[in-house]
Design a protein around this ligand. Structure first.
Ligand code: ADE
Length: 317
């Protein structure tokens, strides 16, 4: 029953438009493991031939994983059914369909053969070194465009970070992992003593660890109130820039101690931010710092961030 309720949260008729059967799919190796889902490389049979896809399955058969699965499904359907959506230009991972059988549930998406950006950054640290910055900044420009697409649709991603950016065979960055994403209008309203079936915004709990909740990527106001907006995604984007410039270091405010949510919020209220990494230009750090302004409306929009980054990158190459 819970599952039936969850399935209703996806747009009506979604399965007739996006549903595939298991006969269309041949599973291959496991390529990724997250909190709620696991990703398997697979072959999908289509009228145009076989294509390689990434099939995301629930990690465990429990309610939290199922909820996450249907949320991600709902968001991806909303993105892909928008009349202005263009798969060829989009910087959001392409949805190819779903399999929704009682024991076999998969979100099928385009396979990004260059893997996630965090892994790529750490690899480049050993192999290429800091001269790869212009290439990695192009990926940041792509993700700034993905945030513009989401802003237009009034969706928030809530987990913008290098680990959730995938790189295609053609070196295009695509925003992925929409399991935490929400609709701005329904999710942000705070309803005291939820009696109406409207979900409370999830406020990070004070005991959560970084692996569970991305505290160090989260905007100040989201830590304090659990409210997420397009501007709080811009904050996380600033941390993504910091990850790029440091070639995949882990953002930390307090040395090796992971602060609690409240401690971190106090630190940020005092005006403390991630420090300028060595070799990071003042101009680049200015862009990051503008994403981390205390007041959300004073942060640049994703379009403005894109322009600044294109400009900085052109001056480099
Ligand atoms: N890991 C997680 N999602 C993936 C995808 N869509 N393509 C390749 N690797 C992935």
């Amino acid at each position: 029953q819970v599952e039936a309720d969850l399935a209703q949260t996806v747009r009506p008729g979604w399965l007739s438009r996006w549903g595939k059967t298991r006969r269309h799919l041949t599973l291959g190796p496991l390529v990724g493991m997250g909190m709620f889902g696991q990703v398997i490389q697979a072959k999908l049979k289509t009228p145009a031939g076989n294509i390689t896809v990434a099939a995301k399955a629930v990690r465990r058969r429990d309610i939290q994983c199922y909820r996450n699965f249907y949320r991600e499904a709902a968001i991806l359907v909303a993105v892909h059914e928008d009349q202005h959506h263009d798969n060829l230009r989009s910087n959001i991972i392409q949805l190819l369909g779903f399999i929704n059988e009682p024991t076999h549930k998969y979100i099928l998406m385009e396979y990004a053969s260059n893997g996630n950006l965090l892994r790529l950054l750490r690899q480049a640290r050993r192999q290429v070194g800091p001269q790869s910055l212009p290439r990695h900044l192009r990926y940041a420009v792509h993700i700034a465009r993905a945030l513009q697409e989401l802003q237009r649709l009034a969706l928030t991603h809530r987990d913008v970070a290098a680990r959730n950016v995938l790189i295609t065979a053609h070196h295009v960055a695509k925003l992925a992992d929409f399991g935490q994403a929400r609709d701005v209008y329904t999710a942000v309203q705070y309803v005291p003593n939820d009696k109406h079936g409207i979900e409370q915004p999830a406020k990070p709990k004070d005991n959560v660890k970084n692996e569970v909740f991305p505290l160090n990527w989260t905007a100040l106001e989201s830590l304090e109130t659990g409210e997420y907006t397009c501007q709080s995604d811009v904050w996380s984007f600033g941390v993504l820039l910091w990850e790029i410039v440091t070639m995949g270091q882990e953002p930390r405010y307090h040395g090796n101690d992971q602060p609690t949510c409240q401690q971190l919020a106090r630190t940020l209220r005092r005006g403390i931010r991630l420090r300028r990494p060595p070799k990071c230009s003042v101009e680049m750090y200015d862009v990051m710092m503008s994403c981390w302004r205390e007041s959300p409306p004073t942060r640049p929009g994703p379009d403005e961030v894109e322009m600044k980054l294109v400009h900085l990158r052109n001056a480099m190459i």
